[in-house]
Design a protein around this ligand. Sequence first.
Ligand SMILES: Cc1cc2nc3c(=O)[nH]c(=O)nc-3n(C[C@H](O)[C@H](O)[C@H](O)COP(=O)(O)OP(=O)(O)OC[C@H]3O[C@@H](n4cnc5c(N)ncnc54)[C@H](O)[C@@H]3O)c2cc1C
Length: 243
Amino acid sequence: MRVIVIGGGVIGASVAYRLTRARVEVMLLEAGRVAGGTSAATFAWLNSNDKTPLEYHQLNADGMAEYSRLRQELEPAPWLHTDGNIEWAGDASGEAALRGKLARLRGWGYPAESLPIAALRDLEPELVAPESVTEFVFYPSEGYVDVPVMVGVLLKAAADAGAQIVARCRVTEMIWDRGRVRGVATANGIASMRILSRAAPARGPMRSRRWPASASLSPQPSDCLRSPIPRRWRFGASCTRPP
Ligand SMILES: Cc1cc2nc3c(=O)[nH]c(=O)nc-3n(C[C@H](O)[C@H](O)[C@H](O)COP(=O)(O)OP(=O)(O)OC[C@H]3O[C@@H](n4cnc5c(N)ncnc54)[C@H](O)[C@@H]3O)c2cc1C
């Protein structure tokens, strides 16, 4: 099977990575530079300490656990920072609300602990709490993701497994054939998802230019991202454009 992934943000990079792991032949087309869209602007905070109801909380907690699993898959993982998160309340009503939240999170099995303010020195030596604060809550499993670095790592792994990554290549049109999308038109040419030749097996080792070794953690590696659409991905004669 051939799949064209449109967009090289964190979603496109994750999809390309997972598909190549499943031995799908993938080409990712990015209009600008990879990880140059929303994924470059996000704070990417990993947290679920203030999400209700339980189902929404659990969805976020499961997502956090997935990042930890991905770290094991892609070690080393300099893109993942799970240093924890600190929260304290500024007044009595805030403290009561925080205690209530702590009880709820513990009931849901989410890592959260109440610590005396003296423990702040060990966790964040530079952080000074107001004198009125006597305790704080620590969420040890929270953190943040350096998304452009993660996108670079995912795309390198995808490219090493055979994916074609083409940047500065905007998709302008879907190509339809008998009611199905068969490919896409881009400023650089037309790419097809059709298997044009039986000689190119969907399974087995895939031919690909390897990602440059020097590009290891860069989200914007050089040459292979600027390459034109490879010949074997080009549009087959039997596809038709929509009217
Ligand atoms: C200020 C801010 C804070 C955020 N904070 C958090 C947070 O704390 N935690 C969290 O989980 N999420 C957060 N988010 C949300 C998160 O950043 C996004 O959900 C995520 O980055 C979206 O990724 P994406 O791959 O879908 O989009 P993008 O990163 O935007 O990628 C889409 C890509 O598609 C490309 N593209 C578009 N059109 C075409 C085309 N026609 N042809 C080819 N390529 C095309 C674009 O160039 C772009 O690179 C935040 C977002 C913002 C803006």
